[in-house]
Design a protein around this ligand. Sequence first.
Ligand SMILES: [Zn+2]
Length: 262
Amino acid sequence: MLPARHPPPVDAARADAPSRALVVPLAANRLGNRLLEALAPQDWRHWCALLTHVELPRREVLYESGASIAHAYFPTTALVSLEYVTDSGGTAEIALVGPEGVVGVPLFMGAGSTLGRAVVQIGGHAFRMPAANIRNEFERSPAVMHLLLRYTQALITHMAQTAVCNRHHPIDQQLCRWLLLGQDRQPGNELSVTQEQIAQMLGVRREGVTEAALALQAAGLIRYHRGHIAVLDRAGLERRCCECYGVVRREFDRLLPQAAAR
Ligand SMILES: [Zn+2]
């Protein structure tokens, strides 16, 4: 079925909000998400009626593998993992989405679902738009289409580099990559994430993550304490990391408008 050319009224657009998300008033500005910040003023005015500001708790599943995706999410402070779950229940993160991007790319690429799921890794806030609206907006505005396509190209690079990294680089360098990507997408130098979460994201045993974290801590690069990892020496972490972090970072910087100053 072709998407409707005109978005539904605001009330209808918000009527299908999932119950688990705490809905709070729409923020007066869009600061916090790089894609929203890049919208032209006329597009942003139009989007204000379509977006809802929501709080996403940690471990919230935004969509499951194979299930229809109800909303696109533009995180501002939340950090979301796109991950694959194997038949035996093992998981591996394919990409990390934060305030630089959007969760729900399959919606505007012509698919209503995907063979992966999206899980909130670090709780926070996001703007949410119903599936039908993001499809309409992709077709309505050439500027929106180009912006979302460029983001998708950067995301494809991110996914490809994740596959290469997981196959060719040791766990301590994979951990460096994840910490740097995570820190880029969070304020401050601390990430609220457990070693168990990291093990699930990297698709490795927890003991391997513990060993890698201890090595990075012994080198003075990070400090781990009760579910919090503080990056103490970012430059040192970048030197220790494989090329994968730099490849992904440069591609996002090349394809997306620069983030507004925070
Ligand atoms: Zn790597």
